[in-house]
Design a protein around this ligand. Structure first.
Ligand SMILES: [Zn+2]
Ligand SMILES: [Zn+2]
Ligand SMILES: [Zn+2]
Length: 120
């Protein structure tokens, strides 16, 4: 039994070797590279911050310096005006914003109502 198995294994190895030897002429089958793409690019708002559910260019949580260049909504917790869904309800769909699960009407990670509520 053992002899039969090893014979079969050798037979397969020989077949495989023969196949490889007579197959392609040693051409490398690796892809030509440049296959690395950002996970979510190509939308009209550019890169998306998946961590905070807003476009990267409005994510003041990742980029503190954006607070100086973006217009902030003082009324709703100094979040970027561009993603203030209380002032501009249409940006929720426009930027695929992840909204506050508590129903406060602001992007989840930018919700000043949740921050003010210790029970949350
Ligand atoms: Zn972020
Ligand atoms: Zn606002
Ligand atoms: Zn909230």
């Amino acid at each position: 039994m053992g002899r039969f198995l090893s014979a079969a294994a050798i037979g397969m190895m020989v077949a495989a070797t023969a196949f490889l030897g007579t197959g392609c002429g040693g051409q490398p089958s690796s892809p030509p590279g440049a296959a690395e793409t950002a996970s979510v690019a190509g939308e009209d708002y550019g890169l998306y911050c998946k961590e905070h559910g807003v476009p990267e260019k409005f994510c003041t949580l990742c980029h503190e310096e954006l607070k100086e260049s973006l217009l902030l909504c003082k009324e709703h917790g100094d979040i970027p005006e561009d993603i203030c869904t209380l002032c501009h309800p249409e940006v929720e769909a426009k930027y695929d914003l992840v909204m506050c699960p508590e129903g406060h009407g602001l992007p989840e990670h930018f919700c000043n109502q949740c921050e003010a509520d210790p029970a949350a």
